[in-house]
Design a protein around this ligand. Structure first.
Ligand code: NAP
Length: 338
């Protein structure tokens, strides 16, 4: 079989497609014919050398894949041949609180990733895919979907009628838009592009703000909420947005700290937290239980995650360049097999 490999910081040009041998099937393992994988900002961070990896050796990148079970070890009970499955971002975080050990083996980071034609994983590292999703859609749940789920419903405790602010129209935010609307929340979303904001409205966004033409978008959120502020902000922006996210919430509201697309290293004004009673909630993807809860909700609500584009397996570098260019809306996917 073929697999992509990258050494941390080797840039897109350093991606290499070569032969690989999957590990031997253990009694609790499942062999999956990979069908699709979706890209995450983290994959770009690894490729660009902005993400701490343990070793210097090249690794198979990627954390989110979907595919079909083609063989099961003799002790496997959770899956059978023919099942459609997706990878769990943290193979060892099944449920409950995270621990260092549970987080140490993340796919495409602490463990080999998924940009390969065949995957051999412990049965506990897989989740059944929602029946109505195709492979490309099913490959978007593991990281972006679970992160949005965790930020909204586990860390963020969103209730129907709450107001949620989403920053930009990337993978996490568009997943959160679809989930929040299906759960009866009001969504205010920002973007640098009016065209993308129109697409967000067609997916149900209640209010939209262009953060380029309205740099003080936090004031606009306050205006749109009658001066009260939002219940929850999914903060993916980092240094340029985190203080504005805090300014956008109601007294006692929550800012889910997720990412840093505008750069890390933000300085926080302590008074802004004291004065608002704000709650900052760090989010690190989520457990397999959260992935299963997400998959169940997606099936019941009939949600189809937004796939921006699909690139052939051999064109992973082109997919990474497209993703890094920031023109996408939702998820960028690599098709591994039909
Ligand atoms: N903590 C976790 O577990 C976790 C999990 C997943 C992702 N993340 C992090 O979350 C962030 C987003 O990930 P993603 O996969 O959704 O990335 P993505 O698909 O690349 O989305 C990036 C989007 O962010 C928007 N953006 C850029 N600069 C912005 C700014 N100054 N203000 C507001 N929006 C801005 C842009 O939207 P427009 O084009 O619409 O302007 C851009 O398309 C990344 O930092 C990633 O590392 C963290």
């Amino acid at each position: 079989m073929k697999a992509w490999r990258i050494a941390a910081g080797a840039q897109v040009e350093g991606l290499e497609l070569g032969d690989a041998t999957p590990r031997a099937l253990g009694t609790h393992d499942v062999r999956v014919r990979a069908a699709a994988a979706s890209l995450n900002f983290r994959d770009l961070m690894i490729i660009n050398g902005w993400y701490p990896l343990v070793g210097k050796e090249p690794i198979v990148p990627g954390s989110d894949a979907s595919g079909e079970v083609v063989e099961t070890g003799s002790a496997v009970t959770r899956f059978k041949v023919g099942d459609r499955v997706a990878t769990s971002f943290f193979p060892d975080w099944i449920e409950g609180r995270p621990t260092h050990a549970k987080l140490a083996t993340a796919l495409g980071g602490g463990s080999p990733g998924v940009l390969a034609q065949e995957l051999v994983l412990d049965e506990n590292a897989l989740v059944r895919s929602p029946a109505h999703l195709d492979y490309a859609q099913a490959a978007t749940l593991s990281c972006a979907g679970v992160t949005a789920w965790n930020a909204l419903f586990v860390g963020g405790q969103v209730k129907p009628g709450d107001t949620v602010v989403l920053l930009g129209t990337g993978g996490v935010s568009i997943w959160a838009l679809q989930l929040a609307k299906a759960a009866g929340a009001r969504v205010i979303i920002t973007s640098s592009s009016d065209e993308k904001l129109a697409r967000a409205r067609s997916l149900g966004a209640d209010d939209t703000v262009n953060y380029r033409t309205t740099p003080d978008w936090d004031n606009e959120v306050l205006r749109l909420t009658g001066g009260v502020g939002a219940d929850l902000v999914l903060e993916v922006g980092g240094s340029k947005t985190v203080q504005k996210s805090i300014s956008s919430i109601r007294l006692g509201g929550t800012v889910a700290i997720i990412g840093a697309v505008s750069g890390p290293g933000a300085a926080l004004e302590p008074m802004s937290l004291i004065a608002t009673g704000a709650r900052l909630q760090g989010i690190y993807v989520g457990s397999r239980q959260m992935h299963e809860d997400l998959a169940r909700f997606v099936e019941v609500a009939g949600i189809r995650p937004v796939v921006d584009s699909i690139f052939p397996f051999e064109e992973l570098p082109q997919a990474c360049r497209h993703f890094g260019g920031g023109k996408h809306f939702g998820k960028v996917v690599v098709s591994i097999a039909p």
